[in-house]
Write a protein that binds this ligand. Structure first.
Ligand code: GLN
Length: 482
């Protein structure tokens, strides 16, 4: 039978069709492997064993009967625990939702179910997706499969680690300021954050609604395109979902001539002072490989980049403070015994939330309060527009922008937990993309076998996922991966 290490979405499909293995065998093998390996990685919070095996058996019956298979028939996926799968817990990594059971399927889950996918379980994350290391989870710390003393990145660290350690063929994460791309880079897998509005957020526990997007973690860029195509599309249940966008098969079949018509811009502002030299060099090596593919590369400037972190840490907490008001022990969350209503709020929220959500709720309430609103929130919105304008200007000259994903490779567990500002700096290369609503992909730099993975980021024009996926597919072929 095939080795789990070699299993991609594409390879899984081929194997099923050629009857090399059954869906049941693979799903069973994955659970056996998770039973061993997840003892040291701690990627999963909940396993969905019985349901997954039952669905796999049904796929095998469909194959035996010669029925047409849906596009992701039997593909075993891991799902970040801030997305709802009916009947399963959705903790968002928080004690306040420890006993919450999802009442319905998120739209992405509905779409994946219709496409035949199987859910292995729910993965660990920083509480309410707030963090860059998965150390803020109320339940456990996920380890980086490449070095167990290091973080997997965050906030979707469980999903990234599950794919990197072959405990899932692919996974879903959510990205508000980098939470798909940074853990993908730290774990050496591919992570795609789609254009804002491309993938429905219905059934995703909201962190900051104007920034959140769901996207895939995969072992190859090609797989990212396959999963993205299934989860993208209009959803009337999400008011910010784009009504007129459809993605065609060009997502899956880029041509070399096509990508040679693209120009890549490399912004000087993203090679920040203090950036690890190895990261800067690795990213430059990716630039050279694109040049060797005869793709044009030029230097560009995105002058307002330096304000991105400040803007993000005003807008994001403002949205967090309103989104998290629903967790009060009455509408959602565990209810404590209390004397009166105020006491109930104090207890439920005081005991239920960890320190990172509390910090952000307080910050967000402050920047939205009368008297400070104009000075902070309104001003941040204006600077957000300038950051977006930088990209609009750059995209007049280039088609795609290439940057690092994070200033360092995966750091040690505990290294940044006492210093939230240091932790916030890990997102310096990714948050602009959320502020501007653009698609971005993190791709592992070739040739780092035996070393800590490093990722580079390709940023596309809105709705131009095909450009970044196409370039990525040709890049990974240079690495000889597939
Ligand atoms: N690390 C960033 C934060 O803590 C981004 C989180 C995310 O993308 N969900 O806000």
């Amino acid at each position: 039978m095939i080795h789990l290490h070699d299993l991609t979405v594409k390879r899984f499909r081929e194997g099923l069709e050629n009857k090399e293995f059954s869906a049941y065998e693979i799903v069973k093998a994955l659970f056996d492997y998770i039973g061993l390996r997840d003892k040291e990685i701690d990627a999963y919070l909940t396993l969905n064993r019985d349901d997954a095996l039952e669905r796999a058996a049904k796929i095998d019956v469909a194959i035996a009967e010669g029925r047409d298979l849906p596009p992701l028939a039997g593909v075993p996926l891991a799902i970040k625990d801030n997305m709802l799968i009916e009947g399963l817990p959705a903790t968002a990594g928080s004690k306040i939702l420890e006993h919450y059971i999802s009442a319905y399927d998120a739209t992405v889950i509905k779409k994946l179910k219709a496409a035949g996918a199987i859910f292995l379980g729910k993965t660990n994350l920083d509480e309410f997706a707030m963090g860059s290391s998965t150390e803020n989870s109320a339940f456990k710390v996920t380890k980086n499969p490449h070095d167990l003393t290091r973080v997997p990145g965050g906030s979707s660290g469980g999903s990234a680690a599950a794919v990197a350690s072959h405990m899932a063929v692919a996974a879903l994460g959510s990205d508000t300021g980098g939470s798909i791309r940074e853990p993908a880079a730290f774990c050496g897998v591919v992570g795609l954050k789609p254009t804002y509005g491309a993938v429905s957020r219905y059934g995703l526990i909201a962190m900051a609604s104007s920034l959140d997007q769901i996207g895939p973690f995969t072992k190859t860029v090609e797989d990212a395109a396959v999963i993205f195509k299934q989860i993208a599309g209009y959803d009337p249940n999400d008011a910010t979902s784009a009504p007129d966008i459809t993605y065609g098969d060009n997502l899956l079949n880029p041509s070399l001539e096509g990508i040679r018509e693209l120009t890549i811009g490399v912004p000087e502002e993203y090679f920040v002072p203090g950036m690890d030299e190895e990261v800067a060099n690795a990213v430059q090596s990716a630039v050279k490989e694109f040049e060797s593919l005869k793709v044009r590369v030029k230097k560009i400037s995105l002058p307002h980049t330096k304000h991105a972190l400040s803007v993000y840490y005003i807008i994001m907490p403002a949205e967090v403070s309103t989104n998290l008001s629903r967790f009060d022990g009455i509408r959602y969350g565990d209810r404590a015994k209390a004397e009166n209503l105020l006491d109930l709020y104090y207890r439920d929220r005081g005991l239920g939330f960890g320190s990172e959500p509390k910090r952000r709720i307080i910050l967000g309430t402050f920047v939205l309060s009368a008297g400070y609103y104009d000075a902070y929130y309104a001003k941040a919105q204006k600077v957000r527009a300038l950051i977006k304008k930088d990209f609009d200007e750059a995209f007049k000259e280039v088609d795609v922008i290439l940057t690092p994903v994070a200033p360092t490779p995966a750091f040690k567990i505990g290294e940044k937990t006492d210093d939230p500002l240091q932790m916030y700096l890990s997102d310096i290369c990714t948050i602009t993309v959320n502020l501007a609503g653009l698609p971005g992909i993190s791709i592992p730099v070739n040739g780092r076998e035996g070393k800590l993975p490093i990722g580079f980021q390709l940023i596309g024009k809105p709705w131009h996922e095909a450009d970044i996926l196409g370039l990525g597919m040709f890049y990974e072929r240079l690495g000889g991966k597939r």
